[in-house]
Design a protein around this ligand. Structure first.
Ligand SMILES: O=P(O)(O)OC[C@H]1O[C@H](O[C@H]2O[C@H](CO)[C@@H](O)[C@H](O)[C@H]2O)[C@H](O)[C@@H](O)[C@@H]1O
Length: 252
């Protein structure tokens, strides 16, 4: 059983600013990061919701914004990608990159041999972040952690984050909490109550910021969290976004 946390209140498009994580929140996790899909009816609902929220809607993800655009097309949206190292202030605005890929070159090189020696560890190179994946091979977690920690040793200003079956290395200084805080200083987000939905440990930064701002944090799925509310799974998220009163079907 999950630790007790209640279902979130109904979204109020006139009052709330909605921030959504992507993997594990809008889409089910898959072995292959490129294999995730958003159903057409879910996309249509997001497009309608964004309009009802007067564009107080953003996706905050570990993914690159270009990848989010591919998965969420034709939705156009404000976003923070790579945990905030990429930013797009509003739908249609330019994406700003707060770090360059060359900053990770020494780490890229240090990961090359250990990853070649263990095919169960797969590298996702996002330019400004390097991700070591071990989904489907939980016994490789210890090795993935060690390989990542050794690769960053002696390289300044890096952050190592652990998520669902991944270890992620990127330039330090940003996380989803800071990204959310920054959106909340701008129109059309400011003056609204922030609502954040996410499923992973990297979402805890955003839950903490939302709590600080008096908003609503919604943990998706099991696990400890500082979030105030919970939804059981990805399909509950889509039902909640559809403003269904019993989105969890009684699970919560
Ligand atoms: O912040 P998010 O939108 O949740 O992105 C976090 C990471 O998501 C992806 O990895 C996760 O999803 C994969 C596909 O389902 C899965 O294979 C992996 O185990 C999950 O951790 C993405 O590949 C990472 O780059 C993101 O940082």
């Amino acid at each position: 059983m999950f630790p007790a946390m209640t279902m979130p209140p109904m979204l109020d498009p006139a009052r709330h600013a909605l921030f959504l994580d992507f993997d594990g929140t809008l889409v089910e996790l898959q072995d292959d990061p490129q294999a995730v899909r958003v159903a057409t009816e879910d996309l249509d609902r997001l497009i309608e919701l964004q309009s009802r929220l007067n564009n107080a809607f953003a996706v905050l993800s570990g993914r690159r914004i270009a990848d989010l655009d591919r998965f969420l097309s034709p939705l156009r949206f404000a976003a923070a990608g790579v945990h905030g190292l990429e930013r797009r202030e509003a739908a249609g605005a330019e994406t700003v990159h707060l770090a360059g890929p060359s900053m990770l070159d020494p780490v890229r090189e240090a990961l090359r041999m250990p990853l070649a020696a263990e095919p169960g560890l797969r590298l996702e190179d996002k330019g400004t972040a390097l991700v070591v994946h071990y989904r489907g091979r939980p016994e490789l977690k210890v090795m993935a952690d060690r390989v990542a920690d050794e690769a960053v040793r002696g390289v300044a200003d890096l952050s190592v984050m652990r998520g669902h079956d991944i270890v992620e290395i990127h330039i330090a200084g940003m996380d989803k909490g800071r990204a959310l805080a920054s959106f909340m200083t701008q129109d059309p987000f400011r003056e609204r109550v922030p609502v954040y939905l996410g499923d992973d440990t990297t979402d805890e930064f955003a839950f903490a910021e939302v709590a600080r701002l008096g908003g609503i944090g919604v943990k998706v799925g099991p696990g400890e969290s500082v979030a105030s509310h919970r939804l059981a799974a990805v399909d509950s998220v889509h039902r909640w976004l559809a403003l269904e009163p019993d989105a969890d079907g009684g699970a919560n």
